[in-house]
Design a protein around this ligand. Structure first.
Ligand SMILES: [Zn+2]
Length: 450
């Protein structure tokens, strides 16, 4: 079969075919390129308790529409709370909002480089859109009707763990406490997400408090404090989410983003909602299904979680194997001593993180860490090399991608009294709406006098 032809086989054939038409040669190159791409196998399993977990599997996305050689895959989990409308809205809109924040017609490397910033823009844009939808809805609906239409409660929110796989490069953006782990089958399991739980994340507690929120436990009759740390108003246990229009804006939709490149030995991703992670550690989840095909692995992880804790929450698990094209299953290799040596060779190419996360990735020689950033500050996340609108009279908002004349918005890095006419441009442009969102997230006044 042609699809099974190795590069060596193709080279061997060349002397026998000295007069090959150009089109055939190009075709062969394209085929070789596709041979170097990994195969993706996946499995999914879920058990519902409240029915608020949603997931997305898309294998047919294209960087350049109509060009199959630019394909990439998306796997995501949305664990909703206080209703399902946020989870459904994000599932339907987030991918489009992310992709539309990347300039069109850029080469693959540039696209991957722009992806972390586009994920930030897409998450924030989706959150703004959902909150606006909620506001419109609340104008027309009485509170009685909200309850009768329990499936569409405008106060709902959702965690998001959003994984983009392009070749061997894996980019994960997340808010909340759904988790994505990477098992390179060499005995080292690493976390590609950060848990945004107030109980477990000191940095996030400090950020929420500094932005005007209060963090504390629930007070029950008698003054006893119970349950996990929550932020008030709202009482949410998470410090980041999409949606939640009824809690403070300091619960931000700005994702932690991590981008890694696997070696061509491949690896396994386990993406799951907290129903799994409250029951199983990352290592236990990885070990429980190692060596099994993805479809079976997902079922086994859910079963293992159920066995250890019972069904206390929605439990959703996606297992994604990124496999060399010529191997039917992910090879289970013993941990090699050379990993330590390799980790000296494969350094971090670029790394902006100020997040002190405990991560074992540096010990995984077969994985190259390309990017990691978890700051909640938009000015730090959107960068300065922002794309301008093709129309020089207009500036494009770095979050919602709407073109506006500069007088209608402000640079994200400028102070409240910044005047576009008197100072050089200092950062990505934000339209008035997105600028207000940024200030609200940082605990500043929602509207700054201009
Ligand atoms: Zn905007």
């Amino acid at each position: 079969m042609k699809s099974k032809m190795s590069q060596t086989d193709v080279l061997k054939m060349k002397p026998k075919l000295p007069l090959v038409p150009l089109g055939t040669l190009i075709g062969r190159e394209l085929r070789n390129e596709s041979l170097e791409k990994p195969t993706i196998k996946y499995g999914q399993a879920a058990l519902a308790k409240k029915g608020e977990d949603y997931f997305m599997i898309k294998l047919d996305c294209q960087r350049v529409p109509g060009n199959p050689s630019t394909s990439f895959s998306v796997f995501a989990i949305f664990d909703g709370h206080n209703g399902i409308s946020a989870a459904i809205f994000v599932k339907e809109n987030l991918l489009n909002n992310v992709v539309s924040a990347i300039p069109q017609d850029v080469a693959r490397e540039e696209w991957l480089h722009a992806l972390p910033r586009a994920l930030v823009a897409g998450f924030v844009k989706t959150d703004i859109e959902f909150q606006q939808k909620g506001m419109c809805y609340s104008i027309y609906m009485s509170s009685f009707l909200w309850f009768s239409l329990g499936f569409f409660v405008p106060t709902s929110g959702t965690t998001v763990t959003f994984v983009v796989i392009d070749g061997w490069t894996v980019t994960v953006a997340s808010v909340g406490d759904s988790r994505c782990i990477l098992d390179t089958q060499g005995g080292v399991v690493s976390l590609l997400t950060v848990d945004h739980r107030l109980e477990e994340n000191v940095e996030e507690r400090e950020r929420v408090t500094a932005s005007g929120g209060e963090v504390g436990r629930l007070n029950v009759f008698g003054g006893n404090e119970v349950g996990p740390l929550r932020c008030w108003p709202g009482g949410l246990c998470l410090s980041r989410s999409i949606g939640d229009p009824d809690v403070g804006e300091f619960i931000v939709p700005v994702p932690h983003v991590k981008q890694v490149k696997l070696s061509n030995a491949g690896g396994r991703l386990i993406i799951a909602s907290d129903g799994i992670w409250d029951a199983l550690s990352s290592d236990t989840a990885a070990q429980s299904c190692r060596g099994l095909p993805a479809e079976l692995a997902a079922k086994l992880v859910v079963k293992e979680a159920l066995r250890s804790r019972g069904l206390k929450d929605d439990t959703t698990c996606l297992v994604v194997d990124i496999i060399p094209y010529d191997r039917p299953v992910l090879p289970s290799t013993p941990r090699k001593k050379q990993n330590l040596f390799s980790s000296l060779i494969f350094g971090k190419r670029y790394h902006n993180s100020k997040n002190k996360t405990t991560n074992k990735l540096s010990a995984v020689g077969s994985v190259e860490e390309l990017f990691e950033e978890g700051s909640a500050m938009l000015a730090e996340r959107l960068g300065k090399d922002f794309p301008l609108s093709s129309n020089s009279e207009l500036f494009r908002c770095a979050v919602c991608q709407v073109d506006q004349p500069p007088s209608d918005g402000l640079s994200v890095n400028s102070g409240p009294f910044f005047s576009p006419a008197s100072k050089p441009w200092e950062g990505p442009f934000l339209c008035t709406k997105c600028r207000n969102k940024k200030d609200a997230m940082e605990g500043k006044r929602p509207s700054i006098p201009q």
